[in-house]
Design a protein around this ligand. Structure first.
Ligand SMILES: Cc1ncc(COP(=O)(O)O)c(C=O)c1O
Length: 388
């Protein structure tokens, strides 16, 4: 069979060699601490599961949904008002099957072949895949230690900004765990306006933000809905990862274009899942905050535990990820990950899988409780991989 040239735009799956090695070691009876994939281990609230189950018993809910129900759209409107003080209208909202799918398709809505797209580096991989799927060329703006792991707009040349079609910003960030500020969002909106760029904010971690900071929405800032939109995922705040629910929220013309593209290939979100999404957005804030505290305890266990054994890892400010510089003398994140798995039984993700500027780091996902994370630190120490 001959496959499309489009497929050649995507590299080999980074996880495959790690997985292969893990399977070999598991066959030998080894067990692992897996901190590689950001899938929450917290239980989905019973009220959400019940809403899904009850709706699934209703025969009419097994038809094509075709569209987002008014009840779903109105729940998003109520949520944004209560949570962020943002006023939305129904034409500013479109559901998608997770931000992953939405971001994967957004390039097809906004770009022609050869167009320029501004993406962070390091970044969550679908930002790159979505641009490439559309035949666009990513231009990577650095989000490294030198820039405080934040966008520095002065590093984007005027001619690049002038030809860019869209820019993705995602804070709290994956994998770096950095967070935004009002000044940054205001500067981004002014920049988008000046250069006629569509701004896409990926807000996957609005509820996983630490040390007393309250997460926000890009749409809280004046002019945001004129220049762009944000992806609001239910995956992490409400442990809905497998149900695949996110929304593109913002500029009505962009939302309309997004719906037009998706309606060519989709008949709408399964109605029982729409009911579950409504229940999720009604979750008590105290519950979401308690979960965030649990993530913070995990972060503290990991960063303090590793620092105590000689691997200095600064505390991330948000997201469910810790971004750690390779200990000396390692320089290849993939080699280090393979060795860490072999010697300590700990699996993390090589920084190189997050784009050109991710090399030199690894990412830990905070998907185990603090007591297990303390075992992880003990295993790393016992392995001798840190030298000394
Ligand atoms: C920054 C970021 N965006 C999007 C996603 C995907 O979210 P969803 O489950 O809504 O597809 C993730 C998942 O880890 C993420 O880290």
């Amino acid at each position: 069979m001959q496959f499309s040239k489009r497929l050649d735009r995507f590299g080999d799956e980074v996880f495959s060699s790690l997985n292969q090695r893990r399977i070999e070691l598991e066959r030998q009876g080894r067990t692992f601490y897996n901190l590689s994939i950001g899938t929450p281990d917290f239980e989905t609230d019973i009220a959400i599961r019940r809403a899904l189950a009850d709706a699934a018993m209703e025969p009419a809910n097994w038809r094509y949904a075709l569209r987002d129900s008014d009840a779903l759209l109105d729940e998003v409107i109520a949520y944004y008002k209560a949570r962020f003080g943002v006023t939305l209208t129904r034409d500013m909202i479109a559901s998608c099957y997770g931000s992953q799918e939405g971001i994967g398709h957004i390039g097809l809505v906004l770009c022609n072949e050869g167009d320029t797209v501004l993406l962070p580096s390091p970044c969550y991989p679908v930002f790159i895949a979505g641009a490439k799927m559309a035949g666009a060329e990513p231009w990577y703006y650095p989000m490294t230690e030198e820039t405080g792991f934040l966008p520095d707009l002065s590093m984007i040349p005027d001619d690049v900004a002038d030809r860019a079609k869209y820019m993705i910003v995602s804070l709290p960030s994956n994998p770096m765990g950095s967070i935004g500020s009002p000044e940054l969002y205001e500067a981004l909106i002014a920049f988008a306006r000046q250069h006629d760029i569509v701004l896409i904010h990926d807000n996957a971690y609005s509820d996983i933000i630490y040390d007393g900071v309250v997460g926000g929405s890009f749409l809280q800032y004046a002019g945001a809905a004129e220049v762009g939109a944000e992806f609001f995922s239910l995956s992490k705040s409400f442990n809905l990862t497998g149900a695949r629910v996110s929304f593109l929220i913002g500029n009505p013309a962009l939302v309309e274009a997004f719906k037009k593209l998706r309606s060519q290939i989709d008949f709408g979100m399964f109605l029982p899942i729409q009911h579950a999404a409504i229940a999720a957005m009604r979750t008590e804030r105290a519950r979401v905050k308690a979960q965030c505290d649990d993530y913070q305890a995990r972060r503290d266990a990991l960063c303090e535990g590793m620092s105590a054994i000689g691997w200095e890892i600064p505390k991330n400010k948000g997201s469910m990820f810790v971004w750690a510089k390779l200990p000396k003398p390692y320089t290849s994140s993939m080699d280090f990950c393979l060795e860490l798995m072999d010697r300590a039984g700990v699996i993390c993700t090589p920084g190189a899988s997050f784009g050109p500027l991710g090399e030199g780091y690894v990412r830990f996902a905070l998907v185990l409780p603090p007591e297990k994370i303390r075992e992880v630190c003990a295993a790393v120490k016992a392995s001798g991989i840190l030298g000394g």
